[in-house]
Design a protein around this ligand. Structure first.
Ligand code: 13P
Ligand code: SF4
Length: 335
C-alpha cells in the first residue's frame, strides 16, 4: 500500500487497519523505525503490555507531558489517547506527533464540550479555571491552569485561598481535591467511565477473601471507593507506592494496564484488579486499548495518522500547560 492509499484509508476509518506481514517481528521493526526516523515512543501505563515494552518512556499524564516538553526527537509517537497527543503537539508545534488510532478518545474529555463549558465559565466570571489535563485543547484554551492527578494539590495551593475556582472536568477528582485542600471549588459534572465502574460491594467481598490486601485507588474513582482506600494517587504514585510499601497484596482500583509495570517491578507481590460492577471488562479503558502494536508500527511506517492543530488554538491552549509545568518544576514534581 502506498502513502496515498494509506491516507485514504485513514480518512475513511480514522485509523490504519492495513494488515502487517504475519512474519514481521514488530518489536524489531519498531526499533528500526525509531532509529531511522529519530522517533520517540511515549506510552501511558494503560497501554497494552506489548506497547509498554517497546516504549522509550512510560508514564502518567504529568510525566508524559514533561517528557514531550523535553524531547529532541523529530517524531513523537504517542501511545495514549487523543488529549495526550494534543498536549504533545501543543508543546511541539514543529515536530510530527502521531497517534496510532485517532479514534482513541476519552469519556472524561468528552464530558466537557467546549461551547457548554464556555457558558458555564461565563456564569462564574470571578472564578479562575483549573482543568484536569484530561480535556480537549478547546477546554485547555478556556482554562487558566492545567493539572494532573500528580500535581493537582500543588496547583490548587498555588492559587490564593480567597480566589474562587472552577475545577473541570472530573467531579470525582474535584470532590477529592476539595476535601484534601479545604477549598470549595465549583465542579463540572464529568467523570471517567472506567473509574466510575468499580463495585464497592465486590471490593468489600474481595477484601474479606484477601484480608491483608491493601486497596489502592486512582482519585478519578467515586468517593465511596476512595473512602475505603489505603492509598490514593496518580498512576505513577500508585506504582511507586507498591514499590516501597511493605504489603504483599494489593487490590488496584484503576485501569488494568498499570498492573504490567507493578508486576514487573515487584514480581513477588500479588496485584488484583478491582472488580467492575458487572461482568464486563469495563476496567479496561476501551479508548486506550484501541492502540495496538500493529497500529503503532503502521503509524510509524506511514507517519499517519498525524495530529494537527490550528495555531491560534495551540497558542491559547499552551499557556495553562506552561503554567502547570512551571509550578510542577518549582515544586520538584516529576510524573
Ligand atoms: P494519570 O496517569 O495521570 O494518573 O491519569 C490517569 C488517566 O485516567 C489517564 O487517562
Ligand atoms: Fe479517559 Fe478514563 Fe480512559 Fe483515562 S481511563 S483515557 S480518563 S476514559
Amino acid at each position: 500500500m502506498n502513502i496515498v492509499e494509506a491516507k485514504e484509508k485513514i480518512f475513511e476509518k480514522g485509523f490504519l487497519d492495513i494488515e502487517t506481514d504475519v512474519h514481521l517481528d514488530l518489536f524489531a521493526a519498531i526499533e528500526n523505525l525509531k532509529k531511522k526516523k529519530n522517533a520517540i515512543v511515549l506510552a501511558h501505563y494503560y497501554q497494552e503490555p506489548d506497547i509498554q515494552d517497546v516504549a522509550d518512556y512510560i508514564g502518567d499524564s504529568l510525566g508524559l507531558a514533561q517528557k514531550a516538553a523535553q524531547t529532541d526527537a523529530d517524531m513523537i509517537v504517542f501511545a495514549g489517547v487523543h488529549f495526550m497527543a494534543e498536549t504533545a503537539k501543543i508543546l511541539n508545534p514543529s515536530k510530527k506527533v502521531l497517534l496510532p488510532d485517532l479514534k482513541a478518545g476519552c469519556s472524561l474529555a468528552d464530558s466537557a464540550p467546549a461551547p457548554l463549558f464556555k457558558r458555564f465559565k461565563e456564569q462564574h466570571p470571578d472564578h479562575l479555571v483549573i482543568s484536569y489535563i484530561n480535556c480537549s485543547a478547546e477546554i485547555k484554551a478556556l482554562s487558566d491552569i492545567i493539572c494532573t492527578s500528580s500535581n493537582a494539590e500543588k496547583i490548587i495551593e498555588s492559587v490564593p485561598a480567597e480566589q474562587p475556582i472552577i475545577f473541570a472536568p472530573d467531579k470525582n477528582l474535584g470532590a477529592y481535591l476539595n476535601k484534601k485542600t479545604g477549598r470549595n471549588m465549583v465542579l463540572w459534572n464529568g467523570a471517567c467511565m472506567v473509574h466510575e465502574i468499580f463495585s464497592l460491594e465486590k471490593i468489600t467481598k474481595l477484601k474479606i477473601r484477601h484480608p491483608k490486601a491493601k486497596l489502592i485507588a486512582h482519585p478519578e474513582c467515586e468517593e465511596a471507593v476512595l473512602n475505603k482506600a489505603d492509598y490514593i494517587g496518580s498512576t505513577t504514585q500508585l506504582l511507586k507506592y507498591t514499590q516501597t510499601d511493605t504489603a504483599q497484596e494489593y487490590i488496584v482500583a484503576t485501569e488494568t494496564g498499570i498492573l504490567h509495570q507493578m508486576q514487573q517491578s515487584t514480581p513477588h507481590k500479588t496485584f488484583i484488579p478491582a472488580p467492575p460492577n458487572n461482568s464486563c471488562a469495563c476496567n479496561d479503558c476501551p479508548h486506550m486499548k484501541l492502540n495496538t502494536l500493529e497500529k503503532l508500527y503502521l503509524c510509524m511506517e506511514y507517519e499517519l495518522p498525524e495530529l494537527t492543530m490550528k495555531e491560534d488554538l495551540r497558542i491559547a491552549a499552551k499557556q495553562p500547560i506552561d503554567r502547570m509545568l512551571a509550578i510542577s518544576k518549582a515544586a520538584g514534581l516529576i510524573g
